[in-house]
Design a protein around this ligand. Structure first.
Ligand SMILES: Cc1cc2nc3c(=O)[nH]c(=O)nc-3n(C[C@H](O)[C@H](O)[C@H](O)COP(=O)(O)OP(=O)(O)OC[C@H]3O[C@@H](n4cnc5c(N)ncnc54)[C@H](O)[C@@H]3O)c2cc1C
Length: 421
Protein backbone atom coordinates (compact mmCIF):
# COMPACT_ATOMS: atom_id res chain seq x y z
CA UNK A 1 0.00 0.00 0.00
CA UNK A 2 1.76 3.13 -1.20
CA UNK A 3 0.33 6.23 0.45
CA UNK A 4 0.93 9.28 -1.80
CA UNK A 5 0.91 11.57 1.25
CA UNK A 6 3.82 9.73 2.83
CA UNK A 7 5.66 9.36 -0.49
CA UNK A 8 5.45 13.10 -1.13
CA UNK A 9 7.04 13.88 2.24
CA UNK A 10 9.68 11.16 2.15
CA UNK A 11 12.26 12.52 -0.31
CA UNK A 12 14.35 10.66 -2.87
CA UNK A 13 16.47 8.65 -0.42
CA UNK A 14 13.61 7.14 1.60
CA UNK A 15 11.42 6.51 -1.44
CA UNK A 16 14.34 4.80 -3.22
CA UNK A 17 15.20 2.69 -0.19
CA UNK A 18 11.52 1.79 0.33
CA UNK A 19 11.14 0.60 -3.28
CA UNK A 20 14.32 -1.45 -3.03
CA UNK A 21 13.08 -2.96 0.25
CA UNK A 22 9.75 -3.85 -1.39
CA UNK A 23 11.50 -5.46 -4.38
CA UNK A 24 13.56 -7.53 -1.98
CA UNK A 25 10.40 -8.55 -0.07
CA UNK A 26 8.67 -9.44 -3.34
CA UNK A 27 11.63 -11.66 -4.24
CA UNK A 28 11.49 -13.38 -0.85
CA UNK A 29 7.73 -13.95 -1.14
CA UNK A 30 7.98 -15.37 -4.64
CA UNK A 31 10.55 -17.91 -3.42
CA UNK A 32 7.80 -19.07 -1.02
CA UNK A 33 5.20 -19.22 -3.81
CA UNK A 34 3.57 -15.85 -3.19
CA UNK A 35 3.77 -12.30 -4.57
CA UNK A 36 3.58 -8.79 -3.20
CA UNK A 37 0.43 -6.91 -4.27
CA UNK A 38 1.25 -3.21 -4.53
CA UNK A 39 -1.56 -0.65 -4.64
CA UNK A 40 -1.47 3.10 -4.37
CA UNK A 41 -3.97 5.71 -3.12
CA UNK A 42 -5.89 6.74 -0.04
CA UNK A 43 -5.24 3.95 2.50
CA UNK A 44 -8.84 3.83 3.76
CA UNK A 45 -10.28 3.39 0.25
CA UNK A 46 -7.57 1.06 -1.08
CA UNK A 47 -7.43 -1.35 1.89
CA UNK A 48 -11.23 -1.55 2.13
CA UNK A 49 -11.49 -2.29 -1.61
CA UNK A 50 -8.81 -5.02 -1.50
CA UNK A 51 -10.35 -6.62 1.60
CA UNK A 52 -13.68 -6.80 -0.17
CA UNK A 53 -12.13 -8.21 -3.42
CA UNK A 54 -10.43 -10.96 -1.43
CA UNK A 55 -13.36 -11.60 0.91
CA UNK A 56 -11.03 -11.00 3.87
CA UNK A 57 -12.28 -11.98 7.32
CA UNK A 58 -9.75 -9.73 9.01
CA UNK A 59 -6.94 -7.34 8.08
CA UNK A 60 -3.71 -7.57 10.06
CA UNK A 61 -1.20 -4.70 10.23
CA UNK A 62 1.84 -3.82 12.31
CA UNK A 63 0.77 -1.30 14.91
CA UNK A 64 1.85 2.25 14.10
CA UNK A 65 2.68 4.60 17.00
CA UNK A 66 3.27 7.86 15.10
CA UNK A 67 0.61 10.59 14.98
CA UNK A 68 -0.15 10.21 11.26
CA UNK A 69 -0.14 6.40 11.32
CA UNK A 70 -2.51 6.22 14.28
CA UNK A 71 -5.04 8.57 12.68
CA UNK A 72 -4.73 6.73 9.33
CA UNK A 73 -5.32 3.31 10.91
CA UNK A 74 -8.44 4.63 12.63
CA UNK A 75 -9.77 5.77 9.25
CA UNK A 76 -8.89 2.41 7.68
CA UNK A 77 -10.68 0.56 10.50
CA UNK A 78 -13.79 2.66 9.91
CA UNK A 79 -13.69 2.12 6.16
CA UNK A 80 -13.39 -1.65 6.68
CA UNK A 81 -16.72 -1.67 8.52
CA UNK A 82 -17.40 -5.15 9.81
CA UNK A 83 -14.03 -6.58 8.81
CA UNK A 84 -11.82 -6.01 11.88
CA UNK A 85 -8.42 -4.30 11.52
CA UNK A 86 -6.04 -6.07 13.89
CA UNK A 87 -2.88 -4.18 14.81
CA UNK A 88 -0.24 -6.61 16.02
CA UNK A 89 3.37 -6.34 17.07
CA UNK A 90 5.46 -3.21 17.21
CA UNK A 91 8.50 -1.84 15.43
CA UNK A 92 10.11 -1.44 18.88
CA UNK A 93 11.48 -3.85 21.50
CA UNK A 94 8.90 -2.44 23.91
CA UNK A 95 5.82 -0.72 22.45
CA UNK A 96 5.64 3.04 23.10
CA UNK A 97 3.30 3.66 26.02
CA UNK A 98 4.20 0.39 27.78
CA UNK A 99 7.00 1.86 29.92
CA UNK A 100 5.53 4.70 31.99
CA UNK A 101 6.13 6.35 35.37
CA UNK A 102 4.23 5.21 38.47
CA UNK A 103 1.70 8.01 37.90
CA UNK A 104 1.08 6.72 34.35
CA UNK A 105 2.85 9.65 32.68
CA UNK A 106 5.61 9.33 30.09
CA UNK A 107 9.26 9.55 31.16
CA UNK A 108 10.92 12.85 30.27
CA UNK A 109 14.40 11.82 31.37
CA UNK A 110 16.28 9.18 29.40
CA UNK A 111 18.22 7.64 32.33
CA UNK A 112 15.03 6.83 34.24
CA UNK A 113 13.33 5.54 31.08
CA UNK A 114 16.33 3.32 30.31
CA UNK A 115 16.25 1.63 33.72
CA UNK A 116 12.49 1.06 33.51
CA UNK A 117 12.78 -0.16 29.90
CA UNK A 118 15.44 -2.71 30.88
CA UNK A 119 13.41 -4.06 33.78
CA UNK A 120 10.26 -4.21 31.62
CA UNK A 121 12.14 -6.45 29.17
CA UNK A 122 10.95 -7.78 25.79
CA UNK A 123 10.24 -11.14 24.17
CA UNK A 124 12.82 -12.96 22.08
CA UNK A 125 12.35 -12.70 18.31
CA UNK A 126 10.12 -15.42 16.91
CA UNK A 127 10.97 -17.55 13.89
CA UNK A 128 8.84 -17.08 10.79
CA UNK A 129 6.25 -19.88 10.47
CA UNK A 130 4.97 -20.62 6.96
CA UNK A 131 2.72 -23.51 7.90
CA UNK A 132 -0.90 -23.11 6.86
CA UNK A 133 -0.21 -20.04 4.67
CA UNK A 134 -2.52 -19.90 1.63
CA UNK A 135 -1.46 -17.44 -1.08
CA UNK A 136 -4.11 -15.45 -2.93
CA UNK A 137 -3.48 -13.26 -5.93
CA UNK A 138 -5.12 -10.01 -6.97
CA UNK A 139 -4.32 -7.29 -9.50
CA UNK A 140 -1.72 -4.75 -8.42
CA UNK A 141 1.23 -2.70 -9.63
CA UNK A 142 4.73 -4.06 -9.90
CA UNK A 143 7.05 -2.60 -7.29
CA UNK A 144 8.03 0.76 -8.81
CA UNK A 145 11.61 1.39 -9.94
CA UNK A 146 13.79 3.80 -7.91
CA UNK A 147 12.82 7.43 -8.48
CA UNK A 148 15.04 9.08 -11.11
CA UNK A 149 18.28 10.04 -9.34
CA UNK A 150 18.56 13.80 -9.63
CA UNK A 151 21.49 14.14 -7.28
CA UNK A 152 23.72 11.10 -7.82
CA UNK A 153 22.45 9.62 -4.56
CA UNK A 154 24.22 6.38 -3.54
CA UNK A 155 22.01 4.11 -1.41
CA UNK A 156 22.95 1.03 0.60
CA UNK A 157 21.56 -2.37 -0.41
CA UNK A 158 18.03 -2.78 0.99
CA UNK A 159 16.03 -5.71 2.36
CA UNK A 160 16.05 -8.30 5.11
CA UNK A 161 19.10 -10.22 3.89
CA UNK A 162 21.18 -7.06 3.60
CA UNK A 163 20.08 -6.03 7.12
CA UNK A 164 21.03 -9.44 8.49
CA UNK A 165 24.49 -9.42 6.95
CA UNK A 166 25.09 -5.85 8.14
CA UNK A 167 24.22 -6.91 11.69
CA UNK A 168 26.47 -9.97 11.46
CA UNK A 169 29.40 -7.91 10.20
CA UNK A 170 28.90 -5.28 12.88
CA UNK A 171 28.80 -7.89 15.68
CA UNK A 172 31.95 -9.57 14.33
CA UNK A 173 33.98 -6.44 13.62
CA UNK A 174 32.91 -3.30 15.51
CA UNK A 175 30.61 -4.15 18.42
CA UNK A 176 33.33 -4.67 21.05
CA UNK A 177 34.93 -1.30 20.33
CA UNK A 178 31.60 0.44 19.80
CA UNK A 179 31.87 2.74 22.85
CA UNK A 180 34.87 4.52 21.29
CA UNK A 181 34.42 3.65 17.60
CA UNK A 182 30.90 5.13 17.47
CA UNK A 183 32.27 8.66 17.72
CA UNK A 184 34.82 8.39 14.90
CA UNK A 185 33.15 9.23 11.59
CA UNK A 186 36.21 8.18 9.57
CA UNK A 187 35.82 4.47 10.43
CA UNK A 188 32.91 2.02 10.16
CA UNK A 189 32.44 2.02 13.95
CA UNK A 190 28.63 1.93 14.05
CA UNK A 191 26.07 -0.61 12.85
CA UNK A 192 24.55 1.31 9.93
CA UNK A 193 21.24 -0.35 10.84
CA UNK A 194 19.06 2.76 11.08
CA UNK A 195 17.52 2.58 7.56
CA UNK A 196 16.69 -1.12 8.07
CA UNK A 197 15.11 -0.42 11.46
CA UNK A 198 13.22 2.48 9.89
CA UNK A 199 11.66 0.26 7.20
CA UNK A 200 11.16 -2.85 9.33
CA UNK A 201 13.76 -4.93 7.46
CA UNK A 202 15.13 -5.92 10.84
CA UNK A 203 13.47 -5.87 14.25
CA UNK A 204 15.16 -4.29 17.28
CA UNK A 205 14.50 -7.51 19.23
CA UNK A 206 16.58 -9.40 16.67
CA UNK A 207 19.36 -6.85 17.10
CA UNK A 208 19.16 -6.97 20.90
CA UNK A 209 19.24 -10.77 20.88
CA UNK A 210 22.37 -10.77 18.66
CA UNK A 211 24.34 -8.31 20.75
CA UNK A 212 23.41 -9.86 24.09
CA UNK A 213 25.34 -8.02 26.79
CA UNK A 214 28.48 -7.42 24.72
CA UNK A 215 28.00 -3.65 24.60
CA UNK A 216 25.98 -1.75 27.16
CA UNK A 217 26.62 1.38 25.11
CA UNK A 218 25.00 -0.04 21.98
CA UNK A 219 21.97 -1.21 23.95
CA UNK A 220 21.60 2.35 25.29
CA UNK A 221 21.64 3.78 21.78
CA UNK A 222 18.85 1.45 20.69
CA UNK A 223 16.97 2.58 23.80
CA UNK A 224 17.18 6.24 22.64
CA UNK A 225 15.12 5.25 19.62
CA UNK A 226 12.54 3.67 21.93
CA UNK A 227 12.61 6.64 24.32
CA UNK A 228 11.91 9.19 21.60
CA UNK A 229 9.11 7.05 20.15
CA UNK A 230 7.55 6.92 23.64
CA UNK A 231 7.89 10.71 24.07
CA UNK A 232 6.23 11.35 20.70
CA UNK A 233 3.51 8.79 21.42
CA UNK A 234 2.63 10.56 24.68
CA UNK A 235 2.84 14.03 23.14
CA UNK A 236 2.29 13.98 19.36
CA UNK A 237 2.59 17.78 19.16
CA UNK A 238 6.21 17.55 20.33
CA UNK A 239 7.19 16.83 16.72
CA UNK A 240 6.73 20.54 16.03
CA UNK A 241 6.45 22.28 19.40
CA UNK A 242 9.58 23.03 21.40
CA UNK A 243 9.33 21.36 24.79
CA UNK A 244 11.26 24.33 26.28
CA UNK A 245 10.11 27.12 23.96
CA UNK A 246 12.14 29.77 25.81
CA UNK A 247 15.29 28.40 24.12
CA UNK A 248 13.91 28.12 20.55
CA UNK A 249 15.46 30.38 17.90
CA UNK A 250 17.09 32.54 20.61
CA UNK A 251 19.55 34.61 18.62
CA UNK A 252 17.64 34.35 15.32
CA UNK A 253 16.25 34.84 12.81
CA UNK A 254 19.14 33.43 10.84
CA UNK A 255 20.13 34.63 7.37
CA UNK A 256 18.73 32.77 4.35
CA UNK A 257 22.13 32.89 2.59
CA UNK A 258 23.68 31.10 5.59
CA UNK A 259 20.98 28.43 5.51
CA UNK A 260 21.63 27.85 1.81
CA UNK A 261 25.39 27.57 2.43
CA UNK A 262 24.71 25.05 5.22
CA UNK A 263 22.47 22.96 2.94
CA UNK A 264 25.02 23.05 0.13
CA UNK A 265 27.97 22.08 2.36
CA UNK A 266 29.68 25.43 1.74
CA UNK A 267 30.07 27.02 5.18
CA UNK A 268 33.88 26.95 5.14
CA UNK A 269 33.97 24.62 8.19
CA UNK A 270 35.15 21.28 6.75
CA UNK A 271 33.46 18.95 9.26
CA UNK A 272 30.11 20.72 8.75
CA UNK A 273 30.44 20.72 4.97
CA UNK A 274 31.53 17.07 4.86
CA UNK A 275 28.44 16.14 6.92
CA UNK A 276 26.07 18.05 4.66
CA UNK A 277 27.66 16.56 1.55
CA UNK A 278 27.36 13.08 3.05
CA UNK A 279 23.67 13.84 3.56
CA UNK A 280 23.26 14.89 -0.07
CA UNK A 281 25.29 11.97 -1.45
CA UNK A 282 24.11 9.09 0.77
CA UNK A 283 20.98 10.32 2.56
CA UNK A 284 22.89 9.51 5.74
CA UNK A 285 25.14 11.34 8.21
CA UNK A 286 27.28 9.89 10.98
CA UNK A 287 25.71 10.54 14.42
CA UNK A 288 28.57 12.67 15.80
CA UNK A 289 28.47 14.79 12.67
CA UNK A 290 24.64 15.06 12.82
CA UNK A 291 25.10 16.67 16.23
CA UNK A 292 27.74 19.05 14.90
CA UNK A 293 25.84 20.19 11.80
CA UNK A 294 22.64 20.61 13.84
CA UNK A 295 24.42 22.62 16.52
CA UNK A 296 26.08 24.77 13.86
CA UNK A 297 22.75 25.63 12.23
CA UNK A 298 21.08 26.50 15.53
CA UNK A 299 23.87 28.07 17.58
CA UNK A 300 26.24 29.50 14.94
CA UNK A 301 23.78 30.41 12.19
CA UNK A 302 20.86 31.10 14.57
CA UNK A 303 18.16 29.24 12.66
CA UNK A 304 15.22 27.57 14.41
CA UNK A 305 15.73 23.81 14.91
CA UNK A 306 12.58 23.08 12.88
CA UNK A 307 14.21 24.48 9.73
CA UNK A 308 17.04 21.97 10.04
CA UNK A 309 14.76 19.11 11.08
CA UNK A 310 12.65 19.68 7.95
CA UNK A 311 15.72 19.58 5.70
CA UNK A 312 16.92 16.37 7.37
CA UNK A 313 13.49 14.73 6.98
CA UNK A 314 13.53 15.54 3.27
CA UNK A 315 16.97 13.97 2.79
CA UNK A 316 17.60 11.21 5.33
CA UNK A 317 17.21 7.59 4.29
CA UNK A 318 16.52 6.74 7.96
CA UNK A 319 14.36 9.86 8.53
CA UNK A 320 12.07 9.05 11.43
CA UNK A 321 9.80 11.67 12.98
CA UNK A 322 10.43 10.73 16.61
CA UNK A 323 14.22 10.30 16.40
CA UNK A 324 14.79 13.23 14.09
CA UNK A 325 12.65 15.89 15.76
CA UNK A 326 13.71 14.96 19.28
CA UNK A 327 17.40 14.77 18.45
CA UNK A 328 17.11 18.23 16.91
CA UNK A 329 15.38 19.46 20.05
CA UNK A 330 18.14 17.85 22.13
CA UNK A 331 20.82 19.75 20.20
CA UNK A 332 18.83 23.01 20.28
CA UNK A 333 18.39 22.73 24.05
CA UNK A 334 14.59 22.73 23.72
CA UNK A 335 13.81 19.05 24.26
CA UNK A 336 13.69 16.26 26.83
CA UNK A 337 17.05 15.64 28.46
CA UNK A 338 18.38 18.42 26.29
CA UNK A 339 22.01 19.44 26.28
CA UNK A 340 22.10 22.70 28.24
CA UNK A 341 21.70 25.62 25.84
CA UNK A 342 25.10 27.06 26.76
CA UNK A 343 26.96 23.87 25.73
CA UNK A 344 27.89 24.85 22.19
CA UNK A 345 29.91 22.50 20.00
CA UNK A 346 33.07 23.99 18.54
CA UNK A 347 33.23 22.51 15.02
CA UNK A 348 37.01 22.76 14.82
CA UNK A 349 37.99 21.22 18.17
CA UNK A 350 35.33 18.51 17.75
CA UNK A 351 36.69 17.70 14.29
CA UNK A 352 40.28 17.56 15.57
CA UNK A 353 39.23 15.23 18.35
CA UNK A 354 37.03 12.83 16.39
CA UNK A 355 38.56 13.02 12.90
CA UNK A 356 42.20 13.81 13.74
CA UNK A 357 43.64 13.00 10.31
CA UNK A 358 40.67 14.31 8.37
CA UNK A 359 39.80 10.88 6.95
CA UNK A 360 36.08 11.65 7.03
CA UNK A 361 36.43 15.22 5.82
CA UNK A 362 38.63 14.24 2.85
CA UNK A 363 36.12 11.55 1.81
CA UNK A 364 33.45 14.17 1.10
CA UNK A 365 35.52 17.28 0.32
CA UNK A 366 37.72 16.28 -2.60
CA UNK A 367 38.99 19.87 -2.90
CA UNK A 368 40.76 19.47 0.46
CA UNK A 369 42.40 16.13 -0.37
CA UNK A 370 45.95 17.50 -0.38
CA UNK A 371 45.66 19.82 2.64
CA UNK A 372 48.11 18.66 5.37
CA UNK A 373 46.56 17.15 8.54
CA UNK A 374 47.63 20.20 10.52
CA UNK A 375 45.28 22.48 8.55
CA UNK A 376 42.59 20.03 7.43
CA UNK A 377 40.01 21.37 9.88
CA UNK A 378 41.07 25.02 9.49
CA UNK A 379 42.17 25.33 5.85
CA UNK A 380 41.95 29.13 6.10
CA UNK A 381 44.99 29.04 8.42
CA UNK A 382 47.30 27.59 5.77
CA UNK A 383 50.29 29.89 5.25
CA UNK A 384 49.61 29.75 1.52
CA UNK A 385 45.98 30.80 2.12
CA UNK A 386 42.95 29.06 0.66
CA UNK A 387 44.37 27.99 -2.68
CA UNK A 388 41.45 25.72 -3.53
CA UNK A 389 37.88 26.40 -4.55
CA UNK A 390 36.88 25.78 -0.96
CA UNK A 391 35.12 28.79 0.69
CA UNK A 392 36.34 30.84 3.65
CA UNK A 393 34.24 30.43 6.83
CA UNK A 394 30.90 32.23 6.43
CA UNK A 395 30.85 33.13 10.14
CA UNK A 396 33.36 33.26 12.99
CA UNK A 397 32.45 30.54 15.47
CA UNK A 398 33.86 32.48 18.46
CA UNK A 399 31.74 35.54 17.63
CA UNK A 400 28.53 33.57 16.98
CA UNK A 401 29.01 31.56 20.15
CA UNK A 402 29.13 34.79 22.16
CA UNK A 403 26.03 36.05 20.35
CA UNK A 404 24.12 32.85 21.20
CA UNK A 405 25.26 33.01 24.82
CA UNK A 406 24.31 36.69 25.16
CA UNK A 407 20.82 35.93 23.80
CA UNK A 408 20.60 33.03 26.25
CA UNK A 409 21.62 35.23 29.21
CA UNK A 410 19.07 37.90 28.17
CA UNK A 411 16.32 35.32 27.86
CA UNK A 412 17.18 33.72 31.18
CA UNK A 413 17.14 37.15 32.80
CA UNK A 414 13.77 37.86 31.16
CA UNK A 415 12.35 34.55 32.34
CA UNK A 416 13.59 35.22 35.88
CA UNK A 417 12.14 38.77 35.91
CA UNK A 418 8.80 37.43 34.63
CA UNK A 419 8.74 34.76 37.35
CA UNK A 420 9.67 37.26 40.04
CA UNK A 421 7.34 39.99 38.74
C1 LIG B 1 20.06 16.00 14.56
C2 LIG B 1 19.89 14.51 14.55
C3 LIG B 1 18.90 13.91 13.76
C4 LIG B 1 18.71 12.53 13.79
N1 LIG B 1 17.73 11.98 12.98
C5 LIG B 1 17.53 10.64 13.02
C6 LIG B 1 16.51 10.04 12.22
O1 LIG B 1 15.75 10.71 11.52
N2 LIG B 1 16.38 8.68 12.26
C7 LIG B 1 17.18 7.89 13.03
O2 LIG B 1 17.03 6.65 13.01
N3 LIG B 1 18.13 8.43 13.82
C8 LIG B 1 18.34 9.78 13.83
N4 LIG B 1 19.32 10.32 14.61
C9 LIG B 1 20.07 9.44 15.54
C10 LIG B 1 21.38 8.84 15.02
O3 LIG B 1 22.17 9.84 14.44
C11 LIG B 1 21.16 7.71 14.01
O4 LIG B 1 20.23 6.78 14.52
C12 LIG B 1 22.48 6.98 13.75
O5 LIG B 1 23.45 7.87 13.25
C13 LIG B 1 22.24 5.85 12.76
O6 LIG B 1 23.45 5.21 12.45
P1 LIG B 1 23.73 3.72 12.96
O7 LIG B 1 22.56 2.86 12.64
O8 LIG B 1 25.06 3.33 12.43
O9 LIG B 1 23.78 3.95 14.53
P2 LIG B 1 24.39 3.04 15.68
O10 LIG B 1 25.37 3.86 16.43
O11 LIG B 1 24.85 1.72 15.16
O12 LIG B 1 23.15 2.84 16.67
C14 LIG B 1 22.26 1.72 16.55
C15 LIG B 1 20.83 2.21 16.49
O13 LIG B 1 20.49 2.90 17.70
C16 LIG B 1 19.56 3.95 17.39
N5 LIG B 1 20.15 5.24 17.76
C17 LIG B 1 21.46 5.54 17.88
N6 LIG B 1 21.61 6.83 18.30
C18 LIG B 1 20.37 7.34 18.43
C19 LIG B 1 19.86 8.61 18.82
N7 LIG B 1 20.65 9.64 19.18
N8 LIG B 1 18.52 8.79 18.81
C20 LIG B 1 17.68 7.79 18.46
N9 LIG B 1 18.10 6.55 18.10
C21 LIG B 1 19.43 6.33 18.08
C22 LIG B 1 19.32 3.91 15.88
O14 LIG B 1 18.15 3.13 15.65
C23 LIG B 1 20.57 3.21 15.37
O15 LIG B 1 20.38 2.55 14.14
C24 LIG B 1 19.53 11.72 14.60
C25 LIG B 1 20.53 12.32 15.39
C26 LIG B 1 20.71 13.69 15.36
C27 LIG B 1 21.78 14.30 16.23
Amino acid sequence: MLDPRLLAAAGEARVGFLYRSLRSLDGALSRLGGRLIVRRGDPAAVVAALASELGAREVVVTEDFGPYGRARDERVAQALGRVPLRAVGTPYAVPPGAVVKLDGGAYQVFGAFYRAWQSHGWPLPVACDQKGVVWRDAPGELVPPDPPATSGLVLAEAGELAAGSRLERFVAVALREYATGRDLPGIPGTSGLSPYLRFGAIHPRTVLASIGHTSERFRRELAWREFYAAVLFADPMSAQRSLHPQFAGLAGPGEIAHLEAWKAGATGYPIIDAGMRQLAREGFVHNRVRMLVASFLVKDLHHDWRVGARHFMARLVDGDLASNQHNWQWVAGTGTDAAPYFRIFNPTTQARRFDPHGVYVRRYLEELASVPDEFIHEPWRQPSGLATTYPAPIVDHAVERERALAAYRDRRGAVRVQREG
